[in-house]
Every structure is written in C-alpha cells, then in structure tokens.
Design a protein around this ligand. Sequence first.
Ligand code: TYD
Ligand code: MG
Length: 455
Amino acid sequence: MAKRNARFVCQHCGGVTTKWAGKCEACGEWNSIVEEMDGGGIGGGPGRKPRRGRVVPLLPLVGATDSAPRIVSGIGEFDRVTGGGFVRGSALLVGGDPGIGKSTILIQAAAELARRGQRVVYISGEEAVAQVRLRAERLGLLDAPLQLAAETSVEDILTTLEAGERPALVIIDSIQTIWTEMAESAPGSVAQVRTSAQALIRYAKESGATVVLVGHVTKEGTIAGPRVVEHMVDAVLYFEGDNAGHFRILRAVKNRFGPTDEIGVFEMTGKGLREVPNPSELFLGERSRASPGAAVFAGMEGTRPVLVEVQALVAPSPLGTPRRAVIGWDSARLSMILAVLEAHCGVRFGQHDVYLNIAGGLRIQEPAADLAVAAALVSSLAGATLDPTSVFFGEVSLSGLVRPVAHAMLRLKEAEKLGFMTAVAPASRGGEERGPSPMRLDTVEQLADLVARVA
Ligand code: TYD
Ligand code: MG
C-alpha cells in the first residue's frame, strides 16, 4: 500500500502547497488553507491496475454529422447562450448568486425537455423533493414527466442514474452540497467538490448524458471555493442581474462548443422566468423622461443588437481626489474617456465626482460604447438634456478620434425599429450599404464634434 501524503489545499482557489500557511500564496486569501489527505482518489487509488484505452481515428465515421450532437432545451434564450442546445456527453456549470434564479431556470428547461419525451433527472442537494415539487407546481410544470431526487452522495446519485433508461439531462443542484466517499475532507471543501465534480463529469462522458452542475457564487464573483470546477467542465454559464430588479442575464464565460459573447435575457415573474426575445424594449422600457446624463447606446451582444441607456452623474466634489464609480462598464475605460475629454476637448472633470451606470443591470464590454459614455458625461456636466430620439455608438481613440465599429447596420436597424430618429456615430467603413431608411445619421469624426453639439 502506498504511503498517503498530507497536502494543503486553499479552499478559495484550490491552490495546493506542501505545508500549511496562514495566507494562500496563489490567491492571497487568509485562513483558507486546509489539510487534506492525498491518495485514494477516483478510479480505485494506488492499487489500481492500468488498463489499455481504446484509440479511434480522428476521421468521422461515414454518415456522422459534423457538428456536436445537441438537445435543444426549448427555451430559446437558453439555447442561444449554449450555442444551440445541450451537447450530449458534456458537462456544464451554471453559476450565480444565491436567489438569482438558477434552480428556477433549470427546472423550467428540464421540464421542457421532459415534455418532449427525454429522460431528465433533477437532483436536489439543497431542497427536499416536496419543496422542488412545490416550486414546479407554482411554475405550472406538474404535467412534465420530470424525475426528481433529493441526494447528496455521488455514489448514491450514480447508482440512482444507472437504474432505468439512460437520461438525456441530469441537473445537480448544487455541486457545493455534494460529497463523495472518495475524498476524505468535509462536504463543501474544495477536495470534495473537485472529486465529486470529476466523478459526475466522467459519468457525462461515459453515458452521453448532459450533466449540469449548479454552483453558488461568492460576492467577489467567483464560484465559492471550487473555482477548480470551472476548468473541468465544457461550458460555464453565469446567471446575473440585480436581485432587486427583475431582469436576469445568462452569459457564457466559457464554452467549448459555442460562442461566449451571446447573452440570454429573462424576466423574473410570479410564474418563473420569462424569455425576453427583444431585450432593447425591456431595457429602454425602464427609461424615465429624458434628463441630463442619459444617452442611449446602440450596442451588440453577440449577434444581436441591444439598445440600452447609459447614465452618468457628474457632481462637484468636496474631496481632494474626486470619486469615480462605475457599474456595468470597465472603470479603466471610463478613466480613458475622461482623460480624452480633458486633453482634446477641454472638458474638465478634476473637481467633480463621476458616477456611471448601465441601466437594467447589463454589463457592457464593447469599446463601441465610448461615444455614448462621453455623451452622457458631457450632458451631465453641462446640465443639458440630449435629444431623446438619438442613439450613440463609436469607439474613441486616445487621440480623440471617433472610430467606426462593426455591425453599424444592425445597430441602426434596431434603433429605427424602436422609433429613434437620429444616430450619432462615426461614418461607417466604406462598403456598408444602408439602403433607404428614415434614420438620420449625424456623423462625428472627433470627440470634440460631439462636445460642441451637446454643450
Ligand atoms: P431560485 O431559482 O431558487 O434561485 P437560486 O437557485 O439561484 O438560488 O430563485 C429564487 C428567487 O426567485 C426567490 O427570491 C423567489 C424568486 N421567484 C420568483 O420571483 N418567481 C417564481 O416563480 C419563482 C419560482 C421564484
Ligand atoms: Mg437554488
């Protein structure tokens, strides 16, 4: 019998060291290192005899499809994010704050699949079967032939799954409550979560079922403790949005079988999550009357145009170093826009606090939002309302030039559809045909052109 070694694992990031320390060298977290016993891992531990694997040619078999075989969930916004449905034999991690609606969306998707004749098993480690059933009743899903189980042990789960027909989809809610006899530490620890996830992912690969692991996220935005699971699964989806508001956004942060820039938009209602196929209407529906500091950005989320309001508040600061606070955008990018406005347009923010917010809980990553952000900032500083029928898009360079961005046509079309009249944007790159349209294009070449128009 091989000697078992003790090792020390950070419960925050999963980093491994050979001796105990008060602070994790890898992530800087204090008091997160716990001793774990090594060995006795999955697959029978040190005594296991090696086995010859099977080698297959890369060339597909005759008649095989070229794309990954998928099961469509039937919830369009969900399928958009996964890239067209659940991939057979893959493992998915769905993360999000507690209470954001992970269990709700998954039971809805599970019920949709079960209704279409697939075997779907929903395993809850957090709630009793009666509670899950109560939720399903509230969501009007009782007619779906969904199978429920309340289990927390991986061995029990695998035995349960092996009985009966092979499932198409297995949901484990949540991975933090699952434990296995193969790891010796306490349930919820990194070793438990990692070993349990490994066993469940292996089950997915071997059986061809899609396994969805639910994971709670800490305030810092990482899956609590087992960040290691993110590296093990094929796709990681985050469910986000503010708990108080009713918008929810599903975003892929990793996807081996699809895009990572698509979002799915949902609305939390009394009857569960409702798909929002046209997010612009929803994000703009919240808009109050036009006021200084508000600019509508014609953005893109993946392949879909999304119009959203950018809100800025610029107020005189009593502090020596004024505050800059951003929600939904990159704070380094805000500093850059402020610097360009100061250096090239003579607009000074040195004595002012600056707050920037993207309405509806959306998080924007595109540099195309630069122009809308600049418009909102200048409008708030000047106390001048922007034309409420205008949208803005364009990337600002350090030299103060406004540069064209991709998909100008799609952005314009979406704005037109929602009743906007003018687009303030750079002249598009040559070649993009606009066709007849009632939208007026107000082209800006320099950021200073915009400032002159607003102030
Ligand atoms: P839940 O799916 O349990 O969140 P998670 O699994 O991510 O922890 O969602 C819980 C919240 O959703 C709870 O605050 C109540 C709300 N909710 C609704 O508003 N309507 C509904 O139909 C359901 C089922 C939940
Ligand atoms: Mg839950």
